[in-house]
Design a protein around this ligand. Structure first.
Ligand code: PXP
Length: 236
């Protein structure tokens, strides 16, 4: 079954709005696991506007399931992940000021950088994933970077879903199949939600993991965290 990794950045955004410790990010991570999440994802950004670097250090020993840390491989990010050694690091090419990840890697143009950071991560036993769009050259390029997995950037699927879901999913099926043929593990994420998730998982073969934040945490406001996680799990 495809694993559900819950991205808890939005819990930290809410906490940071008041400067105290409410809601408590560690407790939220533990509750997500208790309610059925297969993993916890965090994405510390340079301005620390949601998850802070310190949060990531605190979470590492608390997370009992898979801990996935996403981010751009800056010196500070690499120092953090090499020190705490999460199960998986997902490399994302986002520049410092963006609201959310808005592109996959150009794995051909950035091969040198990616090979170097992936080498360093694998040396300490961290599984690696590269965030990519469905451009087949970028999927193929990921293999040359020696990554274990790719994470398909699903925004275009989510955008196209209402209009024509069959059409929207085709590039993901093709890219996912290629990843499989190349021996790369397959993750996916961005703008997945209760509505569009099950069709994606049905159509894209051998999907190992989805990471979902914005929609899931928003749903939890109306439906409760436990119920929401169970509903997402049911879609998988
Ligand atoms: N995957 C990556 C690489 C991301 O940067 C994000 C957002 O932080 C997600 C998945 C989750 O996206 P969403 O919050 O839209 O579910």
């Amino acid at each position: 079954m495809t694993k559900l990794s819950v991205n808890i950045n939005k819990i930290a955004s809410l906490r940071n709005a008041r400067g105290g410790n409410l809601p408590n990010v560690s407790l939220a991570a533990q509750r997500c696991e208790q309610f059925g999440a297969d993993g916890i994802t965090v994405h510390p950004r340079p301005d620390e506007r949601h998850i802070t670097y310190h949060d990531v250090e605190i979470l590492k020993p608390l997370v009992r399931t898979e801990f996935n840390v996403e981010g751009y491989p800056s010196e500070r990010f690499m120092d953090l992940v090499l020190a705490i050694k999460p199960h998986q690091v997902t490399l994302v090419p986002d520049p410092p000021g963006v609201l959310t990840s808005n592109a996959g890697w150009d794995t051909v143009g950035q091969k040198g950088l990616l090979q170097e950071v992936i080498g360093a991560l694998k040396e300490v036993g961290i599984r690696t994933s590269i965030f990519v769009d469905t451009n087949l050259l970028h999927v193929e390029g990921a293999l040359a970077c020696n990554t274990d997995r790719v994470e398909l950037y699903t925004e275009s699927y989510a955008k196209g879903y209402a209009n024509d879901r069959e059409k929207a999913v085709i590039p993901f099926v093709t890219a996912g199949k290629l990843a499989g043929e190349l021996g790369l593990g397959l993750n996916a994420g961005h703008d997945l939600n209760l509505n569009n998730l099950s069709f994606f998982v049905e159509q894209v073969p051998d999907l190992l993991e989805v990471s979902i934040g914005h929609a899931l945490i928003s749903d939890a406001l109306y439906l409760g965290l436990e119920n929401t996680i169970q509903l997402y799990k049911r879609q998988l």
